[in-house]
Structures are given as structure tokens and as C-alpha cells.
Design a protein around this ligand. Sequence first.
Ligand code: ATP
Ligand code: MG
Length: 561
Amino acid sequence: MAVTAEDAPKRSLNFIEQIVENDIREGVNGGRIQTRFPPEPNGYLHIGHAKAVCLDFGIAERYGGVCNLRFEDTNPVKEDVEYVDSIMEDIRWLGFHWNNVYYASDYFHKLYDLAVQFIKEGKAYVDEQSAEEIARQKGTPTEPGQNSPYRDRPVSESLDLFERMNRGEFPDGSMVLRAKIDMAHSNMHFRDPIMYRIITTHPHHRTGTEWKVYPMYDFAHGQSDYFEGVTHSLCTLEFEVHRPLYDYYLDQFVKGDYRPKQREFNRLNITYTVMSKRKMLQLVQEGLVAGWDDPRMPTICGLRRRGYTPEAIRAFIDKIGYTKYEALNDVALLESAVRDDLKPRTPRVCAILDPVRLVITNYPEGQRETLLTENNPDNPGLGTREMAFSRELYIERGDFMEQADKDFYRLSPGGREVRLKSAYIIRATACEKDAEGRVTTVFAEYDPESKSGSEGGNRKVKSTINWVDVESSIEAEVRLYDRLFLCENPLAESGGFRDLLNPGSLTVLNGCRVEAYLADAKPGDKFQFLKSGYFCVDPDSTPGSPVFNRTVSLKDSWAKK
Ligand code: ATP
Ligand code: MG
């Protein structure tokens, strides 16, 4: 029995939750709440799917209901177990649990029997026309369609042909089973929609070659909802025009009071990416990205590899909410959600992305010390770590300028004093360059009394720079990502979307130097690299040679707007 969660977090209800609470109050379907998440296993989940996942599972959790995972595996041409497995992994990773796993293919027998019943009742017929012919007769929203010449063929003929379609006697595309409704209906979906098609060329990933006919989405979906006991069939707005047909099919055979009801909400669309399995597949197949889990992809596995957390994704989805209007959400909002989530939970470490050597000439040769530093000043729970300090360090090339004007607050010979993060104050004295004039070493002197945390350590200087110790630091590869596309809404542009890709979406930096503390980091571990952003260890890492993905930069470009 469903109950309203008394202690659910206090935020205003979205319109779906309002409908659900109303249905509970009115005792619709006995007050029972059951939803389903119905992916087609023809690709990896993207963050748009996460929006549906959060709603389907979230509603069941909040109202003490049931949410099942149902694979809509009605088209063997495009489906695969690889996708089934990844979808399950991604839902679990997002933090949700299904009650049962079902497959539309579990219902192939029931659906077939129902189709036979439709034929016997004169509600369906086998059409032998080509797809082109059928499309030509469809009419337009303002003009009625034309009846197929096969529309009034005898029931016995359709029955016989449908059985033989399923025995594999006819090639793909040679005939279809159509519902006999109304070719002049104002809703185009009622103009004798196709119920079944022949597919003999591809075995099904679960039923093999048992079936030669497969149900269309509209015929399978509502019936599957009904067979399972779904009460609230939540889907995206493009299915709103299908809803009358969903109801029509149920009306033909449902007896009794229980009935599933379809409700629609807006899709998630995000700027500078493509939220479509078909388009993502194209990116993968054409080698335009490294795979489904390329960190530039909007897939759940891509975001995971990039360093996104389930919490950040869920917070983002919560924030944008559910409405009845299509919108395009700024990717900056997603980025700000991951920043907010990672800020308190990641250790803040030094990583030098473009290193140049720094020699502290008045620091005793051979001397080494360890400096204690907090991992995250905002979160004492993350503890402290030791950083090795010595005469030779690496600093960022950009933190030194041989000839600097007075607005440059970092290192310059004879210039200002600068604090080495959590260590001493130094002042640059000179530099050494190679034949091309590129700085190879910066020389500086330190103030031994200025150690952070010591009595003299309170002296304030204008800027603090990052550093790592030459001897103990380790070399790393760092991958910086930018938006995958140059335009906000690639799907809305005409022309090839290959041309819309951002050629600078990936920058690989080799020879970066990171603190020894990161030597044992495991794939998936997350850090803030001071001054440059949040980073996550990539699975391409090997022992001693870590690879880091930049999840997001530190700067919040969203807040500025
Ligand atoms: P795509 O258009 O990317 O191929 P799809 O709608 O064909 O996606 P399905 O596997 O059919 O993918 O989707 C499973 C569920 O996820 C459906 O209920 C669908 O409405 C929902 N869904 C798909 N894309 C989005 C999105 N961008 N925003 C919210 N929900 C989505
Ligand atoms: Mg779909």
C-alpha cells in the first residue's frame, strides 16, 4: 500500500508528484504507485536518461511504490547485451535500485496473441504494400489519408498471412500488420498504425530466431505497462501525441478498473552537446570521440570517467526540475553542480601542468624537510598530508616573468616576494635560458623565518604560487577538456555535424609534475588541483604514471552571468 513520505525533503512538488499525490488521495488504482524505466538497449545511457531515471525511481521511492527496469527490446537490428549490461551498471551507479528487471521480449507471446485477437475482431489487417506506398497514403495533418487496398481483406486471410509472416515465409519489409482505426483521423498516429513488422535478418539478443515478427513501440509499450501493473507511465513530451493511441490499445482489451496512465515531462537538453543515442553512436563509429565513455561525451559512463559524481548529476537534475515545456539547459549549470559537490570532498593538491625548475640558492644543499598541510581547509575530516620540500622545486612556467611590469604579482627577478603554498616566502633573483630563449631555471632566495604556520609565517605577501619538489614529485599526463561542439545546439544546425565539432575539445599535457601524494591514486579518485580545477584519475593510468582528466575548471562562469 502506497504512503506519502512524511519526512520527504521539503521542496515544492513537481507537477508529476502533484499528480501522484492526487491519485493517491483519490485512490486511483487502489492508491498503488508503480513506475518503470524503459530504455531501449541500443546505446549507452546519457544524462538525459538520468533525468527519467531520477523521476521513475524517485517517485517510487518517495511514495513507497515499485519501479521496475524494463528493456524495450523490440528491434533486434539495433540492440545488444553490451547495452543491457551498461544500462544496469549506470542506473546502479546513479544510486537507484529496481524491484525487477523485465524485457518487452518477455511479452512477445502475449503480444502476439493479442494481435491475433485484434485480427479476429476485425481490428487489424495484414498490409502487403511497401513502406513507401503506406507513407504516401498517410495524408497530412490537414488532409485525410487513403485506405489501403488490403484494408478490407477477410479476417481469415490476415490471420493466415500473419502466422506465415512469423514463420519466416516472407522477406523483411514485404508486409506489416496494421491496426484498422481511421485513415481520416485528426491524430496521424490513428491512421492505421503499424503493429508488427518482419525482421528475419537479425537474431534477437534474448529470443534468438524464435520470432520473425516484432511489435512496434506503440503496440508494445502500453500493453507491457499493463501486464506489469504500472500505474504511472512517465515519458518525455514527444510521446504526448502517442498517448491517445496508448489508451486506444488498452481500451480494446482491458477489463476491470486497473489501468496504467501515461504522463509526459520535458526532455533534458544541454548546450554544446548532442543528447541522442543515434548521434552519439555516429560519433563513436566515425572515431570522432574515443568511445562511449570518452570524457567529452554526455553519456553517464563518459561523465563518470570525466570525474562527475552521481550526487552532482542528481543535484543538477533536481535543480532544473520537470516541466511541460522543452528547454535547452546551459552546460554551465551542470558544471556548477559538480564544482559544488567536489569542493568539500576533494583533497586540494599541487600539480604543476607546465613545469619550470626553481632553485632556492640560499637553501642548504642536500637538506630536505617535510611540511604538513591540510588536505581541505573546508573539511577537516579529510586530514592532513606531508609535502616534501627541498632546494629544487617545480613551479608553473606562467608564475615567472623575466621582464614584468608592476601589475605582475608573481615571480620576476628583483621583483616582489611570493609565498610558496604552505611553505616559505621567496623572491626571484635571476633565470637561465636555453638557446631558443626559453626559461629553463628560475633562481630565488627564501626567507628561512617565513615558514607557514611558524611565528614569522604570518607575513602577508600579494600572491601564493604552487610548487612540487623535484626529487619526490611524479610525472603525470593531464587531459583538459572543452565543449565537444562549437555551437549551443548542434542538432538544430543544418549541414553535417562533423563540421560543428570543436577541434580544441581535448588538450593532452605530458610531463606535468604532481605531488608524491598522488602516486597511489586509483582510477576514479578525485582531487582539486590548486588554481586549475577538479581532476579525476583516468583508467588509462599505469603504476607510477597517472593520467588525470580535468572534470571542470575552478572558475564558475555561470555565477558571472
Ligand atoms: P535517444 O533519443 O537519445 O535515442 P530515446 O528516447 O530513444 O533516447 P530510450 O531508451 O527510448 O531512449 O529512453 C528511455 C527513457 O528515457 C524514455 O522514457 C525516454 O523518455 C527517457 N529519455 C530519453 N532521453 C531523454 C532526455 N533527453 N531527457 C529526459 N528523458 C529522456
Ligand atoms: Mg526511444
